[in-house]
Design a protein around this ligand. Structure first.
Ligand SMILES: C[S@@+](CC[C@H](N)C(=O)[O-])C[C@H]1O[C@@H](n2cnc3c(N)ncnc32)[C@H](O)[C@@H]1O
Ligand code: SF4
Length: 328
């Protein structure tokens, strides 16, 4: 049941509410679990949303294999493999092989660099890869390098990794996290990426979360109103060329577009999150997102409320909720 509860507030603050969703969700043949291999990574993105907990750094191989068996035993048929950077985990292929042995297919959320290695993308396809979300935060090398914490070589690897995935026939969605460095040139990004990879790729623009270890980076100190005009121009330009776009963590009213449906956290319709520390608990993604998002009281009357992600509590406490204006 969808419901709402009011959050306690300081008398001078805006009254907030949170959506209530069930804490459990049955597994069906259509379920998809977010499966993290650990937070270790070969990039150094300053805004990284990872938790930074030392115990989450690199899950050992034996534990990961056991988790695959456990997921299969629960009836899970598909996972999104992520991290950290999943492809840099030393047991990456062993985990992938075990997924295949247990009858699971997989998608990947990756920074893309490892796919630049000769044969890596083809092998991934042979071993069950269905789709890829690759983080490319800018087409401008210097900007990409700063946002992804990589050298010029690292940026080239991201591009070549995407080339290899596209050449291997993998449906690719590019993910751009909005920062102060890249939000002004979304149209340039659209033009550049479609010139290189055609109109088959999909593009996702993500409003940054400040919850992770990179939350204090000044580059993501943004408000919705700082980026709304550019995001509207971007989706309009995508529509004009029939390119599929997605938004993540955008209340539709923040860009005055009721079609701006929120994607789940990594964007492939994951239904469940496998606890990355215990490995033996599955939480509904919708429940996690409901716990993280909050709303203004006036949102109750909005026709988009049922699917809106709201804003983070930290955001609402800092900036208030004046940007949340219900559709009529
Ligand atoms: C933590 S990363 C792990 C996967 C992979 N290493 C990558 O970067 O694509 C998961 C997703 O979070 C995105 N991300 C990183 N920092 C973020 C932030 N502050 N807010 C929102 N998304 C963020 C990445 O672009 C990626 O799509
Ligand atoms: S966002 Fe992804 S690529 Fe960047 S540091 Fe975090 S885990 Fe690595």
């Amino acid at each position: 049941m969808l419901g709402a509860m009011t959050l306690p507030v300081h008398p001078t603050q805006t009254r907030l509410m949170r959506r209530r969703t069930p804490p459990t969700l049955p597994i069906t043949p259509r379920s998809i679990a977010l499966f993290r291999l650990g937070e270790a990574c070969n990039n150094h993105c300053p805004m990284c949303s990872n938790s930074g907990r030392p115990e989450a750094w690199l899950t050992p191989e034996a534990e990961l294999l056991q988790r695959v068996d456990w997921l299969a035993g629960q009836g899970m048929k598909r996972v999104v493999v992520t991290g950290g950077e999943p492809t840099s985990h030393p047991a990456f292929w062993q985990v992938i092989q075990r997924l295949g042995e247990r009858g699971l297919v997989w998608d990947v959320n990756s920074n893309g660099r490892t796919f630049a290695q000769v044969g890596f993308a083809d092998r991934a396809v042979d071993e069950g890869l269905q789709r890829a979300i690759i983080s490319l935060h800018s087409h401008v090398p210097e900007v990409s390098q700063e946002i992804s914490g990589v050298t010029a070589k690292g940026h080239r690897e991201i591009l070549c990794g995407i080339d290899a995935l596209v050449a291997a026939g993998v449906p690719v969605m590019l993910n751009l996290v909005l920062t102060k460095l890249n939000h002004a040139d979304l149209l340039g990004y659209l033009a550049w990426t479609t010139a290189r990879w055609g109109h088959e790729i999909e593009l996702k623009i993500c409003f940054p979360t400040t919850v992770g270890r990179g939350g204090g980076w000044d580059g993501i100190d943004l408000r919705y109103s700082d980026v709304a005009a550019e995001v509207v121009a971007f989706v309009t330009a995508c529509d004009a060329i029939n390119l599929t776009w997605h938004l993540e963590s955008f209340p539709p009213c923040a860009i005055a577009d009721p079609r701006a449906r929120n994607m789940s956290r990594s964007g492939f319709g994951e239904t469940h999150y496998l606890d990355d520390l215990t490995g033996d608990r599955l939480y509904p993604i919708a429940h996690i997102e409901a716990e993280l998002g909050c709303f203004a009281e006036t949102c109750r009357s909005c026709p988009a409320f049922a699917t809106c992600p709201g804003v983070s509590e930290a955001y609402a406490r800092r900036f208030g909720t004046a940007e949340l204006v219900p559709f009529r």
